[in-house]
Design a protein around this ligand. Sequence first.
Ligand code: ZN
Length: 299
Amino acid sequence: MPQDTGILVREVAPGVHMVTDGLYQALFAVTDAGVVVVDAPPSIGPRLSQAIAAATDKPVIALIYTHSHIDHIGAADQYGPEVQRIASVPTRDKLARLADPRRPVPTRVVGPGSTGMRFGATEVQLDLAGAFHEPGNLIVLFPREKVLMMVDIVYPGWVPFTNLGMAEDVQGFIDAHDVLLGYDFSVFVGGHLSRPGTREDVETAKTYVTDLVAAAREAQGKVDFMGVAGEIGFANRWLLVKTWMDRVADACTVSMLGKWEGKLGGASVSTPGHCWIMQEHLNINGLPATSAPEPKPVS
Ligand SMILES: [Zn+2]
């Protein structure tokens, strides 16, 4: 592609191309039957269609939505009604409710578990295996090409986007890493930033999130709730609880940055938020640190 399009198109496996504008990623596979596209981020916009037209004369026949979020599929309206729109049942239901013309309602849906599809000789596996980012998020696998795509969990070379990529369920976000590592793949497409990832990137992301759980738990044990209460008092209970939580997150951040700053992009920007979300997750969903008192005001 010419430099001045502002996008990069890279054939990551035979026939499978990743398109990126540096912040977002989409994928397209040229099959015997036509082109299968995965996601249509608005930041890439019509340049996605242009990139496909530059690579092949074949028409686009299917568009897979990895999930419902507009920042990944908000340019789905560049394809007409002749293109099959594939998503999970929860994504279809959500988009039907939203009635947003930029995200036309899927015309073909997959339910929970694993669904195999064939486009010409190309196989695609679509798995709805858990609410790792949002309830309808699909894992997309091209098994023969060993290309795996899952959006908003692993950001190769970088820590996750703010608040664990805005995961709806923190435990789901944590669990996703092991689920992804259970696949046989050599190229990973995460939906964000510029380069595709490898198995090693997913392993590194798993180490980051494992460290995050441990650092948040350890910080809860270190920051004494009654000590904070002695300083803040009990008059404004939300101030007391928030101060304790902020200090837990601060202690977690110091520990995490000691290990990760300079290793993954954006660590100093996003780790404080990750620590805050993780300590709150531990507060409300269990896995308490042995020495961490319940942040319960006493009258
Ligand atoms: Zn998303």
